[in-house]
Design a protein around this ligand. Structure first.
Ligand SMILES: [Zn+2]
Length: 92
């Protein structure tokens, strides 16, 4: 992760441990993935086995972890740092 935004200079780590709270955002995303897979498997294969369900969840989490990690941190900083789009310095 960059230390600051290359466009506006916003520092991305306001304090040590700032992104600890992103863990809870990530937990929410992972829970949504679990539930979505569980519902999909229940509808598509009503007599599914626990092994199938856990395998699908494991594969999905392995594939989605890089995305969930980044989007969770982005959401977490967006909670506390307001977007200043109109105040950005001009690039010319
Ligand atoms: Zn920026």
């Amino acid at each position: 992760m960059n230390k600051e935004c290359s466009h506006c200079g916003q520092y991305f780590e306001p304090e040590p441990g700032f992104y600890l709270g992103a863990m809870f955002v990530s937990y929410g995303f992972n829970t949504a993935v679990f539930i979505a897979i569980w519902v999909a498997v229940s509808l598509l294969k009503p007599d599914y086995s626990l092994t199938l369900l856990l395998t699908l969840i494991g594969v999905a989490i392995l594939v989605l972890t890089p995305f969930i990690y980044r989007i969770s941190r982005s959401m977490w900083i967006a909670f506390f740092v307001p977007f200043r789009g109109k105040d950005l310095p001009s690039s010319n």
